[in-house]
Write a protein that binds this ligand. Structure first.
Ligand SMILES: *[C@@H]1O[C@H](CO)[C@@H](O)[C@H](O)[C@H]1NC(C)=O
Ligand SMILES: *[C@@H]1O[C@H](CO)[C@@H](O)[C@H](O)[C@H]1NC(C)=O
Ligand SMILES: *[C@@H]1O[C@H](CO)[C@@H](O)[C@H](O)[C@H]1NC(C)=O
Length: 890
């Protein structure tokens, strides 16, 4: 079907050429511009590089993508990066044709106001995309002119957290097209030495692609490189689509010869602590499980599945119980029981028989579990050197019993009294996650979302594994008094096997020679203190090698950790304290350029703070949160280059000065038939002339008659090329070869960098390479209109390749020029105040008026306010207007 219509259109075009009797120039390529444009939209992404530098767990990632618009018209180019939710964006720059638009981190409220202003001025179009479980999607799109190149560069930083014995760096790869230069480079430097390193890509399916991936490590350095050639990227040998689509994961761990490691650079220190080989502290676990009606079906099956698996993994030293809550609360046993094989067997039976029912009484469920743990401790039913945890799972909000979140928080806080942690698992999206999170944070735990999916059981189990093996409790990290400032959190209720405790701070005396750090904790058998002596001289030697990465990583790591912890504290704080914490977090975010929930990235035009174009946010979860944490996004839209210079309507000339967000306009009143010089550039050879037509009445009274442009001549002498545009047809001359099109055609003509696009009955876009683009707008009026005739508007959309010698009624304004407006005072018509304008050394009286831009909407146009200069632009234009009259169109 499509191809039949296609050839029909081409035939129609050829026959119209034949009908006009013109030979078809062999040097033209004629393409039907289709309304059915396929995937190949002319945007070529020719380079994507991801550079990762990790120094002591602190990752600094730069994603750079370069693209070119090979289409004949402006196109939207999108840049999507999925980054971990735990990462902070630190920089973003956009470069279009060599002009860089840098990103700045601003306070969210300030940024929002500027952003809203930009929106109200039509300068922006936002894009927010959904995020995955661990990732946030950063999306930018910009409108890029034909032939233009664009470079996006995004930087983000993150402290890699140790989980189940590994640090994991996760990159989502999805280039969507074959990319000439595609490369991932990761350099890892770990002063403790690297003990394992592995890189995996979910989409690597054969040995061929495997050869594109190299990984190695030795001593303190690790390296991963992935550089698939174009052919290796193909999903099959003859395919043009990319098989790169999926996860690229780098995992590693460091040597653990010593339980701790301290590093100091420039007065900031970081202390990593992860002892090995300690016996596991027995734990007393109470599972508080939501069995309300909404859990019915798959969620309940998956929960049971996970609980059964968790039971298998329980150590015989452990104690446990199940509390089920719906409208009321039931328990498996009255007290905690030891995880003996017999009890575990009985527990399995119990779990299998759990049934869903009724409402959701979180308050009573939790309080029952907590009091059971408290009682077990008081009555010595559990081992003295054991530790307690509560794991609560729910899929909804409390709706029976005590259902006020504030009150539940208070009750739980009082009941636990800081003695053990509460972990909250929120199943699905239909719940108040903020509540679950602050409830857990207030009680030394954390909240985790369980995504409703086929692997929900694995997510539950995975969480349990993280907390299954406490090696130490009541962990406290101590430094010499008065030697340390700005310390991050240094007490932890648990150290879990496979994780790591990280504390950072600042030395009071930068030149200190050595200091001592102690880590104290209760183990399964005894209390332990680990002491770390830090010798600054040795440290310097050990860290010298890492100059090649980045010098201030410890300071940034400290800032990252401090902000993260302040934000967490904010979630459970109130009133003045909350404000103070927020202010501190904001200060640091601004100082270190982190896009956090309190700041935004704003992209500005160079030297133009007024014209904020874009915004990158890291939204927190709103108060009435019911959805997955949303995305970090950058809303960006580069407005099509402003039509800085144009003439349309009763020939009204408009000169827009984007820097001033203002415009000047004037009129030229001449007899029909007169040809005016609009643009002339002796260097590049461009000329544009326009011929005036009158209205049907043919009045000669210059006060009342209306005049328009009815014919335009666009020529380039050097290219030996001319276009004549009338309200009926468009004629092109390429040397002596002539082609004619009607305004009824939709056609694209391209030749060596030149392109002419005719949009049926609307407009024509002429581009000469990148740097010169004109638009001619056709105004058609009702054929039987008593007065008006069809006419043309002429717009200069891009003139940056024209020389400084360009002149003409429009061309003389292509060079930078300044004007000042003062003494604005009202006149008889309050909407048209008068003012004094100083421009080109003249002082003029001007009047506020408006003109319309018809490029987008040929019927109504968009109103553009301007200062009107009277008397044929006298004083504004060089010379007098009659200087611009020429004898013919070319
Ligand atoms: C952001 O990136 C640009 C381009 O790489 C760089 O010139 C600029 O200094 C960076 N800004 C910050 C704050 O790091
Ligand atoms: C926060 O409070 C502390 C004292 O509690 C004060 O020293 C500090 O200046 C406050 N910070 C801000 C940013 O208000
Ligand atoms: C634009 O003009 C058409 C008539 O040509 C009119 O029906 C329509 O309401 C106008 N739209 C606006 C937004 O003014």
């Amino acid at each position: 079907m499509a191809s039949a219509r296609w050839s029909g259109l081409i035939l129609a075009l050829l026959s119209s050429l034949v009908a006009f009797g013109y030979p078809r120039s062999p040097s033209w390529t004629l393409e039907k511009r289709s309304l059915l444009e396929g995937k190949d939209d002319g945007i070529e992404v020719y380079s994507t590089t991801i550079s990762c530098k990790v120094t002591s767990r602190f990752a600094h990632n730069v994603v750079t993508t370069r693209a070119v618009n090979r289409a004949d018209t402006a196109k939207e180019v999108s840049f999507d990066v999925e980054l971990p939710k735990t990462a902070f964006i630190t920089n973003f720059t956009l470069t279009i044709d060599g002009v860089t638009y840098p990103g700045n981190v601003k306070e969210k409220e300030v940024a929002k106001k500027q952003y809203e202003k930009a929106v109200s001025q039509g300068k922006t179009a936002g894009l927010v995309k959904a995020s995955g479980r661990k990732l946030e999607k950063f999306t930018v799109s910009v409108n890029v002119a034909a032939g233009s190149k664009v470079t996006f560069e995004l930087t983000y930083e993150e402290l890699l957290k140790r989980n189940k014995g590994r640090y994991e760096m996760y990159l989502k790869i999805q280039p969507k097209q074959l990319v000439k230069h595609f490369e991932i480079e990761a350099d890892i430097f770990e002063p403790q030495g690297i003990s394992m390193l592995d890189a995996e890509a979910s989409f690597i399916t054969n040995d061929l692609l495997g050869s594109a991936l190299t990984q190695s490590f030795s001593g303190k350095k690790g390296h991963v490189s992935f550089k698939p050639s174009l052919d290796q990227q193909r999903s099959c040998p003859t395919c043009t689509d990319s098989l790169l689509d999926g996860d690229f994961t780098i995992t590693y761990d460091v040597n653990r010869e010593s339980p701790a490691n301290v590093q100091v650079v420039n007065g900031y220190f970081v202390h990593f602590f992860a002892p090995q080989g300690l016996p596991v502290v027995p734990k007393n676990v109470v599972f508080v499980i939501d069995v309300s009606g909404s859990m019915q079906g798959r969620k309940m099956e998956q929960t049971k599945d996970a609980l059964l698996k968790i039971l298998e993994d329980m150590s015989e030293e452990d104690y446990l119980n199940f509390i089920l809550f719906s409208g009321d609360v039931t328990t498996w046993k009255d007290n905690l029981v030891q995880a003996t094989p017999e009890n575990i067997e009985e527990a399995r039976m119990f779990v299998r028989n759990i049934r869903d029912q009724g409402m959701t009484n979180i308050n009573d469920g939790l309080l029952r579990g907590i009091s059971m743990l408290n009682k077990a401790r008081e009555e010595n039913r559990v081992p003295e050197r054991s530790t307690s945890i509560v794991i609560m799972l729910t899929d909804g909000d409390a709706n029976v019993g005590e259902s006020r979140p504030q009150k539940i928080q208070e009750n739980v806080r009082n009941a636990i009294g800081g003695k053990f942690p509460l972990y909250n698992l929120g199943f699905g999206n239909n719940l108040n996650y903020n509540f679950l999170e602050s409830l857990a944070l207030e009680n030394h735990g954390l909240a985790r979302r369980i995504y409703e999916d086929s692997d929900a059981n694995l997510q539950l189990q995975g969480f349990y594994e993280e907390v299954a093996n406490p090696l130490l409790t009541e962990v406290e990290v101590e430094y010499p008094q008065n030697a340390i400032l700005d310390l991050t959190q240094n007490t932890y209720q648990h150290f879990y096997d496979g994780s790591e405790i990280v504390v950072a701070g600042r030395l009071v005396d930068k030149d200190m020679n050595n200091f001592k750090a102690d880590v104290k904790g209760h183990g399964a058998i005894n209390d332990i203190t680990f002491t770390e002596e830090v010798d600054m001289k040795e440290m310097e030697k050990a860290l010298q090698e890492q100059d090649y990465i980045f010098g201030d990583y410890i300071e940034r790591l400290w800032a990252y950790l401090t902000i993260e912890q302040l934000l967490e504290k904010c979630k459970k704080a109130h009133g003045d304290e909350k404000e103070n914490l927020t202010a501190q977090a904001l200060d640091l975010s601004l100082k270190y350029h982190f896009v956090t929930p309190l700041t935004s990235m704003v992209v500005t035009k160079p030297e133009d703070n007024e014209n904020q174009m874009a915004l990158a946010d890291k939204p927190g979860e709103g108060p009435a949160d019911t959805v997955i944490p949303s995305t970090a996004h950058l809303n960006i839209y580069q407005a099509p280059p402003p039509p800085s210079y144009y003439v349309d309507g009763d020939p009204h000339f408009i000169i827009q000065i984007p820097e001033k967000d203002d415009a000047i306009c004037f009129n030229i009143d001449e007899d029909p038939g007169t040809v005016l010089r609009l643009i002339q550039d002796p260097i590049t050879g461009f000329t544009v002339n326009g011929q005036i037509i009158g209205d049907k009445k043919g009045s000669s009274n210059s006060e009342t008659r209306k005049t328009y442009f009815g014919k335009l001549g666009i020529a380039n002498a050097q290219m030996d090329f001319r276009i004549e545009v009338t309200t009926e047809k468009i004629t092109l001359w390429n040397g002596a070869v002539q082609s004619t099109f009607s305004w009824l055609d939709t056609v694209t003509v391209t030749q060596d960098g030149l392109s002419v696009v005719i949009n049926r009955k609307k407009n024509m876009v002429v581009s000469f390479g990148d740097g010169v683009t004109f638009v001619v707008v056709l105004h058609q009026v009702w054929k039987k209109h008593p007065v008006h005739l069809d006419f043309l508007g002429f717009y200069v959309v891009d003139s940056h390749r024209m020389s400084s010698q360009t002149h003409g009624l429009l061309g003389q304004f292509f060079h930078p020029f300044d004007f000042k407006v003062s003494d604005i005072h009202p006149d008889s018509d309050p909407t048209k105040p008068h003012a004094t304008m100083v421009v080109k050394n003249h002082q003029l009286t001007v009047t506020r008026g408006s003109q319309r831009d018809y490029r987008k909407d040929a019927n109504n146009g968009t109103k553009v306010a301007c200062w009107f200069v009277h008397n044929n632009g006298q004083g504004l234009i060089d010379g007098v207007h009659s200087d611009y009259i020429v004898s013919n169109l070319f």
